[in-house]
Design a protein around this ligand. Structure first.
Ligand SMILES: Nc1nc2c(ncn2[C@@H]2O[C@H](COP(=O)(O)OP(=O)(O)OP(=O)(O)O)[C@@H](O)[C@H]2O)c(=O)[nH]1
Length: 369
């Protein structure tokens, strides 16, 4: 994957909190240059305006690109690929690309588009993040305003209007590498934990499910999953069959011309900012390790036992002059030797990131063992 620009796909129903999450991410980008592509479908460019007008210094208008309209699979060649190429051809290409999908466009066709010649050697899908309205899903509704979602669906004649929302939801869950149970502030602990457990069960193995309020997640948790989802589409099955056939491939999208509005409250972004109190990180230092493979297994066990989201750092390996880099996303642990240790101390330093309440003592003990 070296050399490819990573792209994160953010999906989720209308009102789940995608825009809120992305806004928070741009405001807390930790120095990463993030470009944003928005595929607003049947929407009037509201999200784009919100994000362009966000006043975030690191995010200029140029960093926000909108796909004209219509469904990704219809417009891939005319719109999505050229937009991506424009971003990649810049003198200083972005460190990371984030794509906000319209709530009803399934993520699978977008992920598939990354296999197109022209971009497949230059970008990769770092991960698919599915944002879920925790309150609505707990209430069995999938979206806070089912009427608004239905109205959005009707704006697009290409969409089949019959598929129950529950199936679209299943598709979004099936494609996810990370599921964000958003609006945790509207859930009590038992509800939140219950939904997390249920989604872990429904999702593919190894998918991370995290709680958030106002989409406040550290960039270090959201980005850098390193999945390469475009190579792994078969695992992300579409439960139902998507709306249209090939002769719609160049649909004009003229149904967007008139003044369709839907009633979700884009303009009511709350003024208060949430911090990252729900997440924590700490560093574990230990002596050199004996064997990279065995240590990777040890780390994977600790991650599983304690629900750690990310773990990364460097290790010194007995009798090796090179430094070992270790990166784990959930229990997937990657290691490689990156450079000579030189005069660095022969020790191992690991950063552990997870939801608040990690048992630091037990984790530390297990990692230094
Ligand atoms: N209480 C609460 N409200 C939230 C949270 N996250 C988002 N909201 C509100 O929910 C509404 C919808 O949020 P958006 O971020 O616009 O949702 P979206 O998924 O981008 O929706 P579309 O762009 O319309 O598809 C806004 O009014 C947000 O302020 C949350 O964690 N808790």
């Amino acid at each position: 994957m070296a050399g490819k620009v990573p792209a994160t796909v953010v999906t989720g129903f209308l009102g789940a909190g995608k825009t809120t999450l992305i806004r928070h991410m741009l405001q807390n980008a930790e120095g990463k240059r993030i470009a944003l592509i928005i595929n607003e479908f049947g929407d009037l460019g509201v999200d784009g305006d919100i994000l362009k007008g966000c006043g975030i210094e690191t995010c200029t208008e140029d960093d926000v690109m909108e796909l004209s309209n219509g469904c990704i699979c219809c417009t891939v060649a005319d719109d999505f690929i050229p937009t991506m190429e424009k971003l990649l051809d810049r003198d200083t290409p972005p460190d990371h690309i984030v794509i906000e999908t319209s709530g009803l466009a399934l993520p699978q066709p977008l992920v598939r588009a990354f296999n197109w010649p022209g971009i497949s050697t230059r970008v990769t899908v770092d991960g698919v993040v599915t944002v879920v309205d925790g309150r609505a899903v707990t209430d069995g509704q999938f979206a806070h305003s089912v009427a608004a979602v239905d109205a959005q669906r009707k704006l697009d004649e290409n969409l089949d209007h019959e598929t129950p929302l529950s199936e679209l939801f299943e598709d979004q869950v099936a494609c996810a590498d990370m599921i964000v149970v958003n609006k945790a502030d509207l859930l009590d602990t038992a509800e939140a934990d219950g939904l997390v457990a249920r989604l872990k069960d429904e999702a593919r193995g190894g998918v991370q499910v995290v709680k958030a309020s106002m989409g406040a997640l550290p960039v270090s948790v959201l980005l850098g999953q390193g999945v390469g989802a475009e190579a792994d589409l078969d695992a992300r099955h579409e439960v139902h069959h998507h709306h249209h056939d090939d002769d719609h491939a160049h649909h004009e999208g003229d149904h967007h011309d008139d003044d369709h509005h839907h009633d979700h409250d884009h303009h009511h972004h709350h003024a208060h900012e949430h911090g990252h109190d729900e997440f924590e990180s700490f560093i574990v230092t230990r002596s050199e390790i004996a064997d990279p493979a065995a240590f990777a297994e040890q780390v994977a066990d600790v991650i599983r036992a304690h629900g750690i989201l990310r773990l990364k750092g460097f290790a010194a390996v007995a009798n090796k002059p090179m430094r070992l880099t270790l990166q784990a996303v959930g229990p997937r642990v990657d290691t490689y030797f990156d450079r000579p240790l030189g005069s660095d101390p022969r020790e191992t330093r690991l950063v552990v990131i997870g939801e608040a309440g990690l048992d630091r003592a037990a984790i530390t003990a297990a990692l230094v063992a």
